[in-house]
Design a protein around this ligand. Structure first.
Ligand SMILES: Cc1ncc(COP(=O)(O)O)c(C=O)c1O
Length: 281
């Protein structure tokens, strides 16, 4: 059973346990790089076109010149072909700025197992803390060097927020802007339901989530209405359902906000079906 695979963009497979990155790679030295993560189910990567497009957008935002989508597909095909670790695989596409002075990005494709925590989050829900992000979405959107809408490797702040949550008896975080508006979770998009009306915050200072993009038309086909509109923490508490959406976890109901228990949301199963969530295994 292979529980890690590593491929280059020409399809070469490397030993995932062997040293690979140079110690002076800017991805290591500064977290300077970009990435994408998606779920592969039975050999098929979900929303691959969308992830390759967002990788290209992040590359543009960070002035990284990357090989084209076809090269990435070659690496992805090799990684998926080598995977024997089960029906579901987490696929990561990674591009760093490369070794110091080389002016050549380091690009690779990695496959690995889905963390056991994911199934638990989907089934039992997550307890979140709301934490201030320190700026508003509109402020961040006006300051492109903050790279708020790019998916960069600089996730140390996001991981610190999740550790803060864990140290305080929660599972995850919802970031709130300095204007009181809900932004996103460290690795997920926030969606709420008011009856059969679904709302997600506007794309200002946050990542454009692919999972919510996929949910919107599917939910409308299932009889929901959808909207992108500013949300406050009070809106979260008052909602009939709150969820965190992302490409691997897909959809996890929020069952506690800042210590206040809340119902998981009666429509969770309907939304999971709209998102084609694979069965627990
Ligand atoms: C900061 C952030 N927001 C939102 C998301 C959700 O995006 P997607 O649905 O494309 O996975 C992610 C995913 O990792 C993320 O890191």
């Amino acid at each position: 059973m292979t529980d890690r695979v590593l491929a280059l963009l020409d399809g070469t497979l490397l030993d995932p346990a062997a040293p690979f990155l140079r110690a002076d790679d800017y991805g290591v030295l500064r977290g300077d790089g970009i990435f994408e993560t998606t779920l592969v189910v039975d050999g098929a990567p979900r929303d691959l076109d969308e992830h390759l497009l967002r990788l290209a957008i992040s590359a543009r935002m960070t002035d990284l010149e990357l090989p084209g989508a076809d090269r990435w597909r070659t690496g992805i095909t090799a990684a998926i072909g080598a995977w024997t670790g089960g029906r579901d695989m987490v696929l990561r596409l990674i591009a760093t700025r490369g070794p110091e002075g080389a002016n050549r990005p380091t690009c690779f494709v990695m496959g690995g197992p889905v963390a056991p925590r994911i199934a638990q989050d989907r089934a039992e829900g997550v307890r979140v803390l709301t934490l201030e992000r320190g700026f508003s979405g509109t402020e961040a959107a006006a300051l492109p060097w903050l790279l708020a809408g790019a998916k960069t490797l600089s996730y140390a702040v996001n991981m610190a927020a999740q550790r803060h949550a864990a140290a305080n008896g929660a599972d995850d975080v919802v970031f709130v802007g300095s204007d009181g508006h809900v932004l996103e979770a460290p690795t997920a998009t926030v969606v709420i339901a008011q009856g059969r009306h679904l709302v997600t915050p506007p794309l200002q200072g946050i990542l454009a989530g692919i999972t919510v993009e996929r949910l919107w038309p599917a939910a409308r086909a299932a009889g929901f209405t959808t909207e992108t509109a500013p949300l406050t923490v009070q809106d979260l508490h008052a909602a009939d359902g709150v969820w965190l959406l992302s490409s691997v976890r897909l959809i996890a109901p929020v069952v506690r906000i800042d210590g206040a228990d809340r119902p998981a949301g009666a429509v969770t199963a309907e939304l999971a079906a709209a998102l084609d969530v694979p069965p627990a295994r």
